[in-house]
Every structure is written in C-alpha cells, then in structure tokens.
Design a protein around this ligand. Structure first.
Ligand code: PEP
Length: 254
C-alpha cells in the first residue's frame, strides 16, 4: 500500500476490513450504509476501508462503494467457477455485485466447513480470475501455540499462496484471539508479521499487505496500527457497531 500526505509528513496507507460474518438484517445494513455515507468525510485519507457484509446485503452497501469512501468484499466464494453447486456464490458474481475484495480461509470456514488448504488455494485463484483481491486469513490455535507449532502452522497455511497473486492481503488471525478479548502483544504481532512477510517474499510476493485480526477494538487498534509491520486490521465483532468501527478507522489521527 502507498503513502498519503499527513500533517507535515508522509503517512502509510492502512487497510481496515469489516467482517460482519452472519450478522445483520436489511434494516441494519441500510442504517449502517446511511451512517457511513453521512460520515464519509470523517474517513481519514490514510484509510482504505472494506466492508464485508453477508452476501445478500452487498447490494445494500453498494452506495458506500459508489460514493468512493470504501470498498466492498465478499466473505467467501465457491472453489468452482460456475455450475451445479447449489447454495454457492462465485467470485465472478461477487465482482459483478461491486466487490473488489474477497475473504478466503477464515478460521470459521476452515473449522466449521472443513475447508482444506487446496480449497483455499482454488478460491484464491477464482478471486484473482474475477479481478478480486484475496484477503487470506491464517492463524494458529491456542494448543498449537502452546506446543510451539505456530511457525510451522503459518508456514503451511502460507505455502504456495502467492504464486499468481498480483496483490495479496494476508490477515494474521490467531484463532484464540477471535472474539475472545485476548490478543497477542504488539511485539509478538510485529515479529510474526516479519516472518510472514519473509515467507511471502520468498514466493515472489514482494509487497504483501499484512493485517492483524482478533479482538480489535477502538481501545487497542492504535497499539497494533502504529507498528510498521502492520498494514491494517481485520475487525469482526467491533465492526458491527458503526461508531466503534469508525473510531478504529480514525485511531491514527492527530
Ligand atoms: C474475525 O473473525 O475475523 C475477527 C477478527 O473477529 P473479532 O474481531 O470479533 O475477534
């Protein structure tokens, strides 16, 4: 990601991704869209914002993307391009609906829907074919961390993911930090991001965008975002409250 002019200095762009998961209603999505359209001038120039609502509400948020203050993302896509796959949504359909990003490999998909590493790589390819930027989620469980397997797990999840990616976003989301209120320390995140960057660069992905995700709130976002190694945050629960998410986006101001 590039730089923007801040007050007296160049400030790095940061990416803010809102993952609503399977939450919301039509009226919630309408009110959310109205809030961000009304507050679009409060989104600082350093912030690139991506909203990932449930697929059925993407069109409800389309006005935000058309106003230029944010982008849209899909939470999941099919491994296949099209055909007899009842219930699935293709990357091409997401692109046609106005999405520019697609989340892939979220730990909830890996765990509850048995998504394999090969499914995840197929989805990355589908996203790229459709012109969408993949946001690949990786992260270890508490048990893997305690057993000292974290590096091995991340290396496995990052293996061969960058072969064709023109722009790849990777979100480091330790599973034990998702929705729990627990987080790694900023120093731990910085170190993990450095190691992930090296793994991706070895695959030819010279400038991956690296996010941190897991219990990010307005109270702690700045601690992570001030780090040079952190290019942005992926926010679950706290992105469901418009004012809280806007406060996260604005946390580097001033
Ligand atoms: C997530 O599920 O991707 C996530 C980061 O959730 P939360 O912010 O609620 O921990």
């Amino acid at each position: 990601m590039g730089n923007v002019e801040g007050k007296g200095s160049l400030r790095r762009r940061k990416l803010f991704v809102a993952n609503w998961k399977m939450n919301g209603t039509t009226s919630f999505a309408e009110a959310y869209a109205t809030f961000f359209l009304t507050h679009r001038s409060s989104v600082p120039p350093y912030a690139e914002v991506v909203f990932c609502p449930p697929t059925l509400y993407i069109s409800t948020l389309r006005g935000i993307a058309e106003s230029g203050c944010a982008f849209l993302g899909v939470q999941n896509v099919a491994t296949e391009k099209q055909g007899a796959f009842t219930g699935e949504v293709s990357a091409m359909m997401a692109a046609e609906s106005g999405c520019q990003y697609g989340i892939v490999g979220h730990s909830e998909r890996r765990r509850f829907y048995q998504e394999s590493e090969s499914d995840i790589r197929a989805k990355i390819l589908r996203l790229e074919e459709a012109g969408l930027i993949p946001i690949l989620c990786v992260g270890e469980t508490e048990e893997q961390r305690a057993a000292g397997q974290m590096r091995e797990v991340l290396a496995q999840q990052l293996k061969d993911v960058a072969s064709s990616a023109s722009r790849l976003v990777v979100a480091y989301e330790p599973i034990w930090a998702i929705g729990t209120g627990k987080t790694p320390t900023p120093a731990e995140i910085g170190q993990t991001h450095q190691e992930m960057r090296a793994l991706l660069q070895a695959q030819g992905c010279s400038t991956p965008t690296l996010l941190y995700g897991g219990s990010v709130t307005a109270a702690n976002a700045r601690d992570f975002l001030v780090l040079d190694e952190v290019d942005g945050v992926l926010v679950g629960g706290a992105s469901l409250q418009e004012t809280e998410f806007l406060a996260i986006i604005r946390c580097l101001e001033g």
